[in-house]
Design a protein around this ligand. Sequence first.
Ligand SMILES: N[C@@H](CCC(=O)N[C@@H](CS)C(=O)NCC(=O)O)C(=O)O
Length: 220
Amino acid sequence: MGDNLVLYVGEKNISSWSMRAYLALLAKNLPFEERTIELRVDKDRAQRRRVSPTARLPVLHHGTRVIPDSLAIIEYLEETFPAPGHPALWPSDPDRRAHARWLAATMHSGFTKLRESMSFNLCFLPQPPQPSVEALAEAAEMLSLLQDALDRRAASGPFLFGAFSAADVMYSPAIVRLTAFRVPTTRTPRTPAYMEALLAHPPVKRWMDAARALPPQDHY
Ligand SMILES: N[C@@H](CCC(=O)N[C@@H](CS)C(=O)NCC(=O)O)C(=O)O
């Protein structure tokens, strides 16, 4: 399919789901056009409805194909632009791939208290508010899942499965949150180095630098 890839995203300091699709495209070394729909402006979702069947961002357009949802976009990219022509998004070993997939799915469908209370836009405030007790409990759960993956890591590299993978893509916004809200990591000693490596990863840094350049939003 020779058509151009177009990714519709929300504001970089608000739309954590958009960040995931953006990171997946960069991980695949794919050129793409990025179009922003401002969530703060598109209150009635009219602009989103025009480009996305779910009226949510991110949404990827590839020729006549329209793919909303960060995880669906990851799977689409992996299938359409496979290794070795493009870097693999999932680990090649079946055990590790299964692990990476359930970790990604757990992020995709869970941690709702953390996402609510440690909202992505709040990460860019000079002083983020105190998170709820429930959000902190979910953050501790997340850190222990990450620690477990890092304990079992067999491949070399600083990420969850060694090389940067879709699991890292899915957890990147959460790592921004855990860092901004200064969640304690003393019980999960391998996680600080992982979090540091992820935030220093050039595609993550590129998104975050652009996000920091926008005016911070305490609500939207
Ligand atoms: N499960 C979706 C979630 C997408 C999502 O909720 N996106 C937000 C922006 S970060 C959105 O468009 N929300 C609008 C709404 O829920 O009306 C994904 O993985 O992409």
